[in-house]
Design a binder for this molecule. Structure first.
Ligand SMILES: C[S@@+](CC[C@H](N)C(=O)[O-])C[C@H]1O[C@@H](n2cnc3c(N)ncnc32)[C@H](O)[C@@H]1O
Length: 272
C-alpha cells in the first residue's frame, strides 16, 4: 500500500509525463473541466477568481496556467491587468493568449516582489517539492499582494473512485480492484492550508461543494479516461477498465434515471 502510493506520488509529479503526455495538449484537461457543466450548483470558477482579484492592479502571473481558461477570462474582464501565463508543458500553452512561457513553479523566472498577484490553480499537487513552490509564490508576490490557489478535497468525486474499484475488480475477476490514482491527494483541500500557512499569514478557504448529475455516461467516462497518461500506474488494463466502467454507469442510469457524483473543490486566498 505504501509502495503503491509512493509510486503514484512519483507518477503524479513526473515532469516528463506531465509535459510529454498528460498536458501535451488540452484534450484530457478539457474533459475534466467540462464535467462541471453538469454540476449543481454551478460555480463560475474563473469569475470567482476574477472577483478575488478585484482590488489587484498591475501584474498577475498564472502559474501552471494549462489551457488558459483563467487567463482568457481575465483578459476579458480585467483588460487593465498585465497577465503572464507560465507552465512546464509547452504543448498546452499553444492556444493560450500570450504572453506565456515555459517555466517551473519551483524556479520562477521572476524577480522578488515583482507581481501583484499569483494564481496556482489545480497545479501544486503536481509539483515534486510543494514547500519550495509555496516559497516561490511568497517570493514573487509584492508585499500586500495576493495568491489564489485551488484544489480538490480528499472526498471529491468518491463515486468515481468506487466506480474504478468496481470496474477494475470486474476486469481482474476479483471483488474490489486496485485504487485509481489520485491527482490532488498530495495537495488536497485538507492539506493545502498547512502548506500555504508556512509562508502566508492569512489563508482563507472557500469551499465549493456540489453534485454532478448526468443521464449520459460519456462525460463521466471522458473524465475517467482523461487519466490515460497514468494508465501504467493502475495495475489493471486501462481501456478494459474504462469500458467496464461505462457499462456500470449505463446500468446505474437505467436503474436510477441518473448517475450522481458528489464534488468538493475549493479556492484558497492567501495574503502575506
Ligand atoms: C490540472 S492542470 C490545471 C490548469 C489550470 N491552472 C486550471 O486550473 O485549469 C495542471 C497544470 O499545471 C502544470 N504544471 C504541473 N507541474 C508544474 C510545475 N512544476 N510548474 C509549472 N506548471 C506545472 C501542468 O502542465 C498543467 O498544465
Amino acid at each position: 500500500m505504501t509502495d503503491l502510493s509512493a509510486a503514484h506520488d512519483a507518477a503524479v509529479t513526473d515532469r516528463a509525463r506531465l509535459a510529454g503526455s498528460a498536458y501535451n495538449g488540452d484534450r484530457d484537461l478539457a474533459a475534466r473541466q467540462s464535467l462541471y457543466q453538469w454540476q449543481t450548483p454551478r460555480y463560475d470558477l474563473p469569475g470567482l477568481v476574477a472577483e478575488q482579484l478585484g482590488d489587484v492592479r498591475g501584474r498577475v502571473v498564472d502559474i501552471g496556467c494549462g489551457n488558459g481558461k483563467f487567463i482568457q477570462r481575465l483578459r476579458q474582464d480585467r483588460p487593465d491587468l498585465s497577465l503572464l501565463g507560465l507552465d512546464i508543458a509547452p504543448g498546452i500553452l499553444a492556444g493560450v493568449p500570450g504572453p506565456v512561457a515555459v517555466a517551473d513553479g519551483t524556479r520562477l523566472p521572476l524577480a522578488a516582489g515583482s507581481v501583484d498577484a499569483a494564481l496556482a490553480l489545480h497545479m501544486l499537487y503536481h509539483v515534486p517539492d510543494i514547500p519550495q513552490a509555496v516559497r516561490e509564490l511568497a517570493r514573487v508576490v509584492a508585499r500586500g499582494g495576493l495568491v489564489v490557489a485551488s484544489t480538490n478535497s480528499d472526498r471529491d468525486k468518491a463515486e468515481l473512485d468506487d466506480l474504478w474499484h468496481r470496474a477494475a475488480g470486474d476486469v481482474l475477476g476479483v471483488e474490489r480492484g486496485p485504487a485509481r490514482i489520485s491527482l490532488s491527494a498530495r495537495f488536497s483541500l485538507e492539506k493545502a492550508p498547512a502548506f500555504l500557512g508556512e509562508e502566508f499569514r492569512q489563508v482563507e478557504v472557500i469551499e465549493l461543494p456540489g453534485t454532478i448529475t448526468v443521464r449520459d455516461p460519456e462525460p463521466v467516462i471522458a473524465h475517467m479516461a482523461s487519466y490515460r497518461a497514468w494508465a501504467d500506474q493502475q495495475d489493471v488494463p486501462f481501456d478494459a477498465t474504462i469500458d467496464r466502467a461505462r457499462a456500470l454507469v449505463v446500468d446505474d442510469i437505467a436503474r436510477n434515471g441518473a448517475y450522481e457524483i458528489t464534488c468538493l473543490g475549493g479556492i484558497l486566498v492567501c495574503r502575506r
